[in-house]
Design a protein around this ligand. Structure first.
Ligand code: PMP
Length: 361
């Protein structure tokens, strides 16, 4: 009954729940280390937790579908207007809303090879044509992406940093791309991991919105803010872009608990700095071990790093037997690689020790 473009979608493969895996492997749930979904190993901030709990007393009411308070807080923080903001059920929702509002059968979307899996999913779901552009050094080749844009292209997706490769484009490269791209193509700049960037890597995409009305900057509370389970993301764009996306958005797409937690999290700069710092240290810890083990990895600007092991399926199974969950990325066209999320120092150490043992055998 479904149209061909729905039947041809490759389903997103979520990881197994920890409880199920523990049962399968015959190991205690508490001893499992999950470094598979780029989550914040610190969990959520105490302030966000407090705000979430305070909201529980009022969940008989619908949430504020206009997300007035959260939008006002984002608008203040980034010096934009509330009309420029869309709040999503995770930034996945934002990506889908952009696809829903700007793509359709007969239109195409451009994205990079090895880029985030939701770009083809969201594009296919609305019957658009996907144009995947070969990556350059595992990252986005913006020149080739600009050349791949066709008259029917309406959306270009760019992940910066990219997941699963962790590659980062310099701000100036993206600016140059925006200058070249026609203004009737929406450029979705997905900055899910932007809070992890080192000071020297940062650029101000939101500041570019005045010059480029076809730019959309997407962000999330799932990573550095530690709210992945609550599902909140947002984007900042031209008011007309935001208006069109809001037309295809579910009226109450984000729960009141999530809205309150996100607003509190946004104000907690100390927690954000702590998350970035633990990530920076964990990245050094893990990549030093890769160097020691003679493994190749792709330098990453995110809270995860992708490394080459050859028989990734075999190494993944062996890690699972030791209670360490990482992410195989064969589905991203990288069958010899695994992606590990940066955890707490002791979690990273468990991963490193398990990997060391597996590679020694
Ligand atoms: N963009 C990128 C690049 C991601 O890696 C992810 C999470 N894996 C998302 C968007 C979506 O995350 P969320 O829906 O939790 O905001």
């Amino acid at each position: 009954l479904a149209p061909e473009y729905i039947r041809s979608i490759m389903p997103y493969q979520p990881g197994k729940p920890i409880s199920e895996l523990a049962r399968e492997m015959g190991i205690a749930e508490a001893s499992i280390v999950k470094l598979a979904s780029n989550e914040n190993p610190l969990g959520m901030s105490a302030r966000a937790r407090e705000a979430a709990v305070a909201t529980l007393s009022d969940t008989a009411r619908y949430p504020d579908g206009g997300a007035f308070a959260l939008k006002a807080a984002i608008a203040r923080k980034f010096d934009v207007r509330s009309e420029q903001i869309v709040i999503g059920n995770g930034s996945n929702d934002i990506l889908e809303l952009a696809a829903g509002a700007f793509l359709a059968p007969g239109r195409s979307a451009v994205f990079s090879q090895h880029a985030f899996a939701v770009y083809p999913l969201a594009s296919n779901a609305v019957g658009a044509t996907c144009i995947e552009v070969p990556a350059k050094d595992f990252g986005h080749d913006l020149e080739a992406m600009a050349a791949a844009i066709r008259p029917d292209t309406r959306v270009v997706f760019i992940a910066n940093p990219n997941n699963p490769t962790g590659t980062l484009l310099a701000g100036a490269e993206i600016e140059f791309f925006l200058e070249r791209v026609s203004s009737d193509v929406l450029v979705v700049l997905d900055e899910a991991y932007t809070e992890y960037l080192a000071p020297g890597q940062r650029y101000d995409a939101i500041g570019w919105l005045k010059r480029f009305p076809n730019l959309l900057v997407s962000r999330t509370f799932s990573k550095a803010y530690g709210l992945a389970g609550l599902r909140v993301g947002y984007c900042i764009a031209h008011p007309e872009v935001a208006d069109l996306m809001n037309r295809v958005r579910q009226p109450f797409n984000v729960s009141s608990i999530a809205l309150a937690a996100a607003e509190a999290a946004l104000a907690d700069d100390e927690f954000l700095a702590q998350s970035a710092e633990i990530n920076r240290r964990g990245m050094v810890q893990i990549t030093a071990a890769f160097a020691d083990l003679g493994l190749t990895w792709i330098p990453s600007a995110g809270n995860f790093v992708t490394f080459r092991v050859g028989d990734a399926a075999g190494v993944n199974q062996a890690l699972l037997r030791q209670g360490v969950i990482v992410r195989p990325i064969a589905g991203y066209g990288m069958p010899e690689w695994l992606r590990v999320s940066i955890g707490l120092p002791e979690e990273n150490a468990r991963f490193i020790e398990a990997l060391r043992q597996i590679l020694a055998n």
